[in-house]
Design a protein around this ligand. Structure first.
Ligand code: AMP
Length: 393
């Protein structure tokens, strides 16, 4: 892995692919600055060595130029967070953009306009990538959230640089994934939740070669229990995947991986936060009831297992955590992971809704690493090499 430490940035102009795809409110104010904060260590490192920084990013999914999605709207916020003056270029490629970057003094930071105002960006256009490469002397990729895309700025432009490296955020993300997928301390546990088995097949398959234990939670459970002859009531279930679920249980046995399903569930008589609630055995969910959370006994069993494990990966909630009355299982698992982490385990939470749950329930400080990249994280767990990462090799 080529890291920032292998390059001397003195008098170098670093083009840094950051992920400033932040949420904005109607007044075009940044409502969650996490992604800008996450890029800060890389930018500070380069400035401290006497280099300058040209920041390139996308914001939203514009089809063409759209003033609401201009990175000019967030320049002040970026400056506040970095604690240094940041200027803005209305173009991300072309002679004006190149002139501004060439005039950037050591210690200067210049934020370029939204890359996706040019359709060539997402097409991975070679000429556009070459134009982007004219903006600096070193290429740094610190945008884990887009590392699974072979876009001009995330992958293609790397080939035009002799000096290129991972940013600190990208490095941290890759190391965290490696800690689980390649060199985690045993026992290794993966906790997979979420809605559907069909959307997690590749991940489950790839994890079976890596872990000692696998907890299956959320809506995926009922495809397994139906396959095993259980009654699922109105619970979410994919009957077409029942055979697959049985095959998977078999495969796990052959590979020595213990699969853990909940033993009880909290069900509702409707898909609503205010539904009538009852706890049932996972195999005996009556008609008219929909399982929406892991039950108390399951949480106890999961807690005991989680506390025994040394490496823990969590992807996907244990239930419909968006309904506070059905969030207990997700909160309990998050807290168990927190306690295991305190005892010395390494914990990684990644991929969409589990990250949202961790933030919602204030568990961030209890987890070793929370991934910033949804899709990129999922593809890494599927065992894929991300194009943005291989482009730096
Ligand atoms: P995913 O994107 O596959 O990780 O799924 C996350 C979604 O799964 C969340 O919106 C949860 O509400 C949903 N989910 C989790 N458990 C259940 C369940 N038992 N029934 C229906 N949806 C669920």
């Amino acid at each position: 892995m080529r890291t920032l430490d292998q390059i001397n940035f003195k008098d170098q102009r670093a083009v840094i692919r950051v992920d400033f795809n932040v949420p904005l409110n109607e007044k075009l104010e940044v409502t969650d600055p996490t992604r800008i904060q996450a890029a800060q260590p890389t930018i500070q490192h380069i400035l401290a060595q006497g280099g300058s920084c040209v920041l390139i990013s996308h914001l939203g999914r514009p089809k063409a130029k759209d003033p609401k999605l201009s990175l000019g709207n967030i320049t002040n916020t970026v400056a506040e967070i970095l604690g240094v003056p940041v200027s803005f270029s209305e173009h991300c490629v072309g002679s004006e953009a190149e002139a501004l970057t060439a005039a950037l003094p050591a210690g200067g930071v210049l934020l370029m306009e939204n890359l996706r105002f040019h359709e060539e960006e997402t097409k991975g256009d070679l000429t556009f990538a070459e134009q982007l490469s004219n903006l600096g002397t070193v290429y740094v990729n610190d945008a884990f959230g887009t590392a699974h895309r072979a876009h001009a700025s995330t992958t293609i432009m790397a080939q035009f640089f002799e000096k290129k490296c991972f940013g600190k955020l990208l490095e941290k993300e890759v190391l965290a994934i490696e800690k689980v997928m390649s060199n985690g301390e045993a026992p290794i546990l993966a906790i997979l939740g979420g809605a559907k088995v069909s959307s997690k097949i590749t991940i489950i398959e790839s994890l079976l070669d890596k872990v000692d234990h696998l907890i299956i939670g959320g809506g995926m459970v009922y495809t397994f229990t139906k396959a095993l002859g259980g009654k699922v009531g109105n619970s979410i279930c994919e009957p077409d995947f029942c055979d697959y679920a049985l095959e998977l249980l078999d495969k796990a046995k052959q590979k020595g991986v213990e699969i853990h399903l909940p033993v009880d569930v909290v069900a509702g008589d409707a898909f609503s936060n205010d539904a009538e609630q009852e706890v049932f055995d996972v195999m005996e969910i009556p008609k008219g009831w929909e399982a929406m959370d892991a039950g108390p006994k399951s949480c106890e069993i999961f807690d005991e297992l989680i506390l025994k494990c040394k490496t823990i990966l969590w992807n996907g909630p244990m239930g419909v955590f968006e309904f506070p009355n059905f969030a207990m299982g997700t909160i309990a698992v998050g807290e168990s992971i927190g306690r295991a982490t305190q005892k010395g385990a390494f914990s990684l939470v990644g991929g969409g809704d589990s990250v949202a749950a961790v933030k919602q329930f204030g568990l961030e400080s209890k987890i070793s690493y929370i991934s910033t990249g949804g899709g990129a994280m999922l593809e890494s767990l599927e065992g894929k090499t991300l194009p943005g990462i291989s482009a730096l090799d």
